[in-house]
Write a protein that binds this ligand. Structure first.
Ligand code: AMP
Length: 394
């Protein structure tokens, strides 16, 4: 089976053509500068081709993807009929979606209804869906939501301690994101352990970072909230912050709330603390060269991640497995070590040799660690392809 996985942004569109059973990626790529001019980067194995193609809308971008997939020189299929289904990443499913769903008129309407909760991403995701409908009419399509995995959280985890009317009238609550990644890791750990009952804290640490507390495959709590701004400090996001900071800054500098939120989303996090970069490689280089602010940014990040692990160990009444995934989680041995150094009180102990691993699935805890610690590379596209295949095949 071939599933085309689409992640549509406002001016970009990532795609992968993959086999959901084997995880094999036949081709993948990126359309950029949609609405501006248009550029397609297409990869098959080690071969890469870049083409400037006019993309006045997402429809032309999807057409360009289908053309190159069938191209005599760079293509991997002979006809669009070889694509069995399309899986779309959709940011916000609000309270309407606790699972992935076959795209029909009702599903589209529900995604539209969630636009107030995901004002930047949901409209872009819908453009990707509509473009595929226009270019591949009748092709089965599935929406896979970043929030869906977290819908098993109990009310004590998802309700904010603010007047009920905002929850009842406006759906304001914790939703959480990176759900497709957290779900993939939970499934992968179940396969690694050969059982379904275990308590897991997954640390998805990348440019955006979130943690989730998972019991027997179900999400019990997660660090992001109504939006991806909440939780641990990230590349450019502040993470959790006292709301009075917004009031103070807006009042003192005559800044609008929207501008202040842009600052908290785009100019904060480890970028702000270090004053150097949002990229952990730059921070590690800076710290190694004696830059105290880079070291502080790394310390702050690891400290806050460790605090969440401790909190989730309490929420789950103990944990069996701790996992690290995404760019930093998979490739940052020093970051993993610094986080786990805080967690010795829980009996967590890394094997320094095994912890040197980068980008590969591996048990990194010492044999006498009370908790198994793993590096598990995430694969959100595979999770989307598998959900799509499951739904389309009934
Ligand atoms: P992601 O958002 O999952 O793509 O993760 C991006 C983050 O992963 C960036 O901050 C990168 O610096 C970090 N990253 C990627 N490779 C490495 C590496 N080899 N060592 C440390 N951090 C890395």
């Amino acid at each position: 089976m071939n599933v085309l996985v689409i992640n549509a942004g406002s001016s970009s569109l990532k795609y992968q053509l993959m086999n959901p059973e084997t995880g094999d990626v036949t081709a993948k790529g990126l359309c950029e500068r949609i609405y501006i001019d248009g550029r397609l980067t297409h990869k098959v194995g080690d071969k890469k081709v870049v083409k400037d193609i006019p993309m006045p809308t997402h429809s032309e971008a999807i057409s360009a993807v289908l053309d190159i997939l069938q191209d005599a020189e760079h293509g991997v299929i002979k006809s669009v009929d070889e694509i069995d289904a399309v899986g779309h990443r959709v940011l916000h499913g609000g309270m309407k979606f606790s699972d992935s769903c076959i795209i029909d008129d009702a599903c589209i309407k529900a995604i539209e209804d969630c636009i107030p909760l995901g004002p930047l991403h949901n409209p872009a995701n819908l453009m990707g869906i509509r473009a595929c409908q226009a270019v591949m009419p009748g092709k089965p399509q599935v929406a896979v939501f970043d929030t869906a995995f977290h819908m098993t959280m109990p009310p004590k985890a998802y309700r904010y301690a603010i007047p009920t009317e905002y929850y009842e009238n406006d759906d304001i609550r914790r939703y959480g994101f990176h759900g497709t990644s957290h779900k993939y890791i939970a499934r992968r750990v179940a396969a690694l352990l050969g059982k379904k009952e275990f308590k897991l804290v997954n640390c998805h640490l990348g440019n955006g970072s979130s943690l989730s507390a998972v019991k027997d495959g179900k999400c019990m709590d997660t660090s992001m909230g109504l939006s991806p701004l909440a939780g641990v400090p990230m590349g450019t996001r502040s993470g959790d912050i006292d709301a009075c900071v917004v009031q103070f800054i807006c009042n003192k500098y005559g800044m609008s709330v929207d501008d202040c939120l842009t600052m908290l989303n785009k100019k904060s996090g480890v970028l702000a603390v270090s004053g150097v970069s949002s990229d952990f490689r730059d921070l590690e280089d800076g710290a190694a060269n004696g830059n105290a602010d880079c070291q502080l940014a790394l310390d702050k990040f690891c400290y806050e991640v460790a605090k969440y692990v401790g909190a989730y160990a309490a929420a789950l009444n103990g944990i069996d497995v701790l996992t690290f995934t995404a760019g930093v989680g998979e490739n940052g041995p020093d970051t993993r070590q610094a986080i786990c150094d805080y967690l010795g009180f829980m009996g967590i102990k890394l094997d320094p040799e095994k912890n040197k691993v980068r980008g590969k699935e591996q048990l990194i805890s010492a044999p006498d660690s009370a908790v198994q610690v793993w590096v598990v590379p995430t694969n959100e596209e595979l999770m989307i392809a598998q959900d799509t295949a499951e739904l389309v095949n009934g």
